[in-house]
Design a protein. Structure first.
Length: 141
């Protein structure tokens, strides 16, 4: 699962700049400057993808839509999204995941809540139990 999406940058007729995502149309970032619009784009993208999961939708695949540049989802959001998708693909229950983690079901509900912050170490542990591995990649900003 690679969460880097093509984005388009356009001048806003009313001033400033707008960043949109062809694959995630509900994610729109705007700001007075080009740099501020781009800086906010990753956060807006993460929010839109968390909403998709919360609404029971699959995450859209990043296409080769030929945007002006690529925007990665932030690390915390990417890990949370990966856990939620891996859990959905696993076919196990929340109770079973709690048993495997050796944790209470309430904690598992929070881990699987796209909008609840969870420590990266717990997300990584959960991914491993779901048969996935985390790989860190850095790209030029």
């Amino acid at each position: 699962m690679r969460l880097i999406y093509p984005a388009r940058l356009e001048a806003d007729p009313e001033g400033g700049f707008v960043v949109t995502f062809p694959d995630v149309p509900e994610a729109i970032s705007g700001a007075a400057t080009r740099d501020a619009a781009i800086a906010g784009a990753s956060e807006v993208l993460g929010i839109a993808l968390r909403w998709a999961l919360r609404d029971g939708r699959n995450l859209p695949a990043a296409s080769d839509a030929g945007g002006d540049f690529a925007i990665p989802v932030g690390a915390s959001d990417a890990m949370k999204l990966a856990v939620c998708e891996a859990f959905r693909d696993s076919g196990i229950s929340q109770a079973e995941l709690a048993r495997r983690l050796g944790k209470d079901e309430k904690l598992v509900r929070r881990i699987l809540d796209p909008d609840h912050p969870t420590k990266l170490a717990m997300l990584e542990t959960t991914l491993v139990l779901l048969g996935r591995r985390v790989v860190i990649e850095t790209i030029a900003a």
